[in-house]
Design a protein around this ligand. Sequence first.
Ligand code: KIV
Ligand code: ZN
Length: 512
Amino acid sequence: MSNIVKIFDTTLRDGEQSPGASMNTAEKLRLAVQLEKLGVDIIEAGFPAASDGDFDAVSQIAARLKVVEVAGLARANKHDIDAAWGAIKKASKPRIHTFIATSDIHLEYKLKLSREQVLREIKEAVTYAKSLTSNVEFSAEDGSRSDRDYLCKAFEAAIAAGATTVNLPDTVGYAIPSEFADLVKYVMTHTPNIHQAVLSVHCHNDLGLATANTLAALAAGARQAEVTINGIGERAGNTSLEEVVMALRTRSNFIPLTTNIKTEQIYPSSRLVSMITGILVQPNKAIVGANAFAHEAGIHQDGMLKNPMTYEIMQPETIGLSANKLVLGKHSGRHALREHLKDMGYELSDDELQTIFVKFKALADKKKHVMDEDLEALVTEGVLRTAETFVLEYLHVSSGTTVMPMASVKLAINGRSVKDAGYGNGPIDAAFNTIAKLTGTESELLRFTVSALTGGTDAQGEVTVRLKENGLVALGRGSDSDIITASALAYINGLNRLEYLKTHPSEKTLNP
Ligand code: KIV
Ligand code: ZN
């Protein structure tokens, strides 16, 4: 059996099912390019039958990527499989990923089908998918809560019909590592044709055990791990790519398995996902959290100075966290900027470069050191954004200990300038109230977070907001060296994303 674990990244599909994490097509493409650079083996680019937007994004990703396998998700029916195939067929290595639930609770209440009927559907769906491509994955949804022998029968039927990968999901994050490992061993020994396919696992993190379950399953014989960057995903999320990859790498003495991941691309990938989705990484998150390599306690610092191995089990450089991240300054020219962005994975058109260059010069005037994080923020905001209905033209705020906070705002709404002024409890509240008045929004502000992109008092503030309007949820991001401007930009970005969702109603209606 091979000792290489295939990494199947589903950030663009299961990850996108995180509440409010929807990405536009340009953002998905950008992320897909980064995932290929990271070295994942398979990218699940989306669920093409879910919406025209999903179909389009998956098709563009499939046409663009040359090395990685591109998978499209489909329920076990002809309509979904046709949509998946339609979207991925231009990929150099397309994969159809079809699924149906196998647990009794799903069969009885959700599918209203008998076990025999589901076996027939598996056979039909996989046979049909196989008539379109040789690379077919079958997933037994809620596999970890399915009857073990029936699960084996489902996998046997799928492999007999042509599945080359069979995936065992812990859909509801219910499994315990020793139990899950045991289930993997059971499947390996009780599915007669299992050696004709790769056994995969797909864990959710409801009990905080997704990584532990995945590692236990790999040690027990599974050879594909389905993961997302930063562990984003439905509810408590999916298994996090960086945790599995770094655990395998760091503890290869215990689990002698490797992956094709270029670990120095882990941190840039994590940053990009966070920038694009607006979902911040918790500071104590393993591997990619801001504190993951920070040693505060004096006794630790003392040990680290004497020998880093006293307290450090991984080197920050291994995941792409370089100590010296200073990149460009105000004298850097367009060529240097283009080259540096290229190194970071951003291939911009001349027009896009011009947009970023103007923003870069303005930032470099305010801030001495322009870091990778600053450039990422400029690119995310400058070229990867949703079409903008609302654009900030100016913002002026007055506040202090003796004045009522007030904001004057000028916005372009579909190209037409409007302005107004308003009060609030503080300058940000005043700015938001005025923007809400100008745009006529009814949205509710669910979350507001501020963080610094880099160190120093001249750091850019990064603001994330979460807005809700008529059941639609959107995240907005903004960054600027002035946090009130960053807040206004984040709020406006969130409103633009809500507008986008209103005009693309099918984008978020159908999630598996
Ligand atoms: O969690 C799950 O069961 C899934 C399947 C579609 C693989 O995401
Ligand atoms: Zn899932």
